[in-house]
Design a protein around this ligand. Sequence first.
Ligand SMILES: O=C(O)CC[C@@H](O)C(=O)O
Ligand SMILES: [Zn+2]
Length: 539
Amino acid sequence: MAGVFHTTLALRTALRYLSPSCTLTSAATARLLPPGSRKLLLPASSVQSGVCSRRLHAGAGGPTPSPAAAPDRLPFSKVTQEDLDFFKKVLPGRTITDPDLLEANNVDWLKSVRGYSEVLLRPQTTEEVSQILRYCNSRNLAVNPQGGNTGLVGGSVPVYDEIILSTALMNNILTFDGVSGILTCQAGCILENLSNYLEERDYIMPLDLGAKGSCQIGGNVATNAGGLRLLRYGSLRGTVLGLEVVLADGQVLDCLATLRKDNTGYDLKQLFIGSEGTLGVITAVSILCPRKPKSVNVVFLGCETFEQLLQTFKLCRGMLGEILSAFEFLDSECMRLLNTHLKLPNPITDCPFYVVIETAGSNPTHDEEKLHNFLEEAMTSSLVTDGTVATEDTKIKALWSMRERVTESLTHDGFTYKYDISLPVERIYQLVTDMREHLGDRAKSVVGYGHVGDGNLHLNITSPAKDPALLAAIEPFVYEWTAGCQGSISAEHGLGLKKRNYIYYSKPSQAVALMGNIKAMLDPKGILNPYKTLPDNLR
Ligand SMILES: O=C(O)CC[C@@H](O)C(=O)O
Ligand SMILES: [Zn+2]
């Protein structure tokens, strides 16, 4: 512990000493729209469908969907006493109708959208899910599959009176193979519980999210959650080896393979990864888990310009190579919110940009040497102006919380408009500066942070209260800007309710039409998570 502290002190001193002042590189001339070398993919008809002015279930003073997120209720059946009798027979004591108990399931984590479901079902087994869906399909009852309800695009809560099908009680680990590192578990296992289980066995989960304490693996897979380790371990599209899914008509699709290699026909599980519960309900997952690294280091650095931050990333990839496990950033506005709302002090001197770098390897001496060489090079070339390093668990967690808790700090700043954008990495911060210039003093805070290593920007904009005029200034500006760079308007959060009508900014109409055909084939009555993911013109 003392040794670690010395390492930290020595490094900080060195960093401070070597970079007392750093010249700012000249900022690129702000361009409000990037050059669009490819024409927008948005057909005129979808612009119309994306701007629906009807407001449907605005509870007084409570969270309401934005105009773009207010579709008409589809003609699903309403739940009758006979339906409730059936559910109570299948799920005795786990069919919830008390409005107080349903409240948390009807509102999203951001408290920005609300449904008014009157039934919450809590199955424990795949067979129960199958019975429920077979029944709902025959009765034309809409169903909202729900995991930990930590989503940020309104995908995890009902829009109207859809029956909420929670996977919370499906939380058993089924098998773990200590040789291959393959875990199979039910969909409702909480990510952090899986991580703890694996760590005791010298393995880790291949994904890590700020919401790990409440998000569930089934929801992670259904949304293809990215998170903080994607740079190293890749996306769930690679690490998920198998899925068990209950289809809309109650059929159980058993693709719960535990094989690394399997080229027998189409890889059907990929259809359900990232489909946000619109094609089937994921009930079990098999996933390939990496060995727990023997040595982990976290560095928190400050840079004067985003260009220097990018150069630091380049250097870091070259010099840390296979031990680099995360490269994340936040800007000084994020730091201000962390200080103000969460009382988290800045661990280094104030800088315009901050970087969190994590290394994870198998040989502490080798890793520290590599890290030392990298830091020395970053300092001597004046890419970073200050920094601190942690090798001990408590400090590692403290440094990570500067990045992980930005989302939480934003909820204290006001109503938050969230954008989760994929861009060529050298463009990601230009969107933030262009947005600031575009909005002027109309926004309270405009912040940028995210996964530099994945080219994924989290652009968040706050206002004291919900502000339709501000929203109209942000959208479609942000989507046009992104499409102009051939970026994605949803890198890792999905489309859910809020972003569904903007899909054409990132996908050609043929691709969206094909998605509609797949949906119609797997869920002909459209009972699974209606109003989500697909645009209104496909309903
Ligand atoms: O709140 C956000 O916009 C991002 C949340 C999450 O994806 C993160 O990377 O912290
Ligand atoms: Zn993220």
